[in-house]
Write a new protein. Structure first.
Length: 115
């Protein structure tokens, strides 16, 4: 519904521009000259070109943001993997510590809950 209302407003603005800006103008683009173009075409064309440029800049910004977030996600996954490895190492050291405390002769302690 909001899209329909927005389209009606934009259409109304374009109709108003078309009625009140019918003057014929000459458009110079470098060495080329286009004459007899209604002024409202230039106004609407300028608006569309500006919107296109802003969309392009936003798209480029989104791509850079995506790559930055992707790098951070990879760093988080790597850090979680390091945490798991360190937890395993701590558990093995705790088992070895218990072995040394009890002066046990078992070479490698067995724990069914070990990671």
């Amino acid at each position: 519904m909001i899209t329909l209302i927005l389209l009606l407003v934009v259409g109304s603005v374009m109709a108003y521009l078309a009625q009140n800006n019918l003057a014929q103008v000459t458009l110079h683009l470098g060495h080329y000259a286009f004459s007899g173009i209604p002024l409202f075409y230039i106004i609407i064309g300028s608006l569309l070109i500006g919107l296109s440029f802003s969309y392009l800049i936003s798209l480029i910004n989104s791509v850079f943001t995506f790559f930055a977030m992707h790098g951070k996600d990879n760093k988080i996954k790597q850090t979680k993997s390091e945490i798991v490895d360190l937890t395993k190492q701590i558990h093995q050291l705790e088992l070895e510590n218990e072995k040394l405390k009890n002066n046990s002769t078992v070479v490698k302690p067995q724990d069914k809950n070990a990671l």
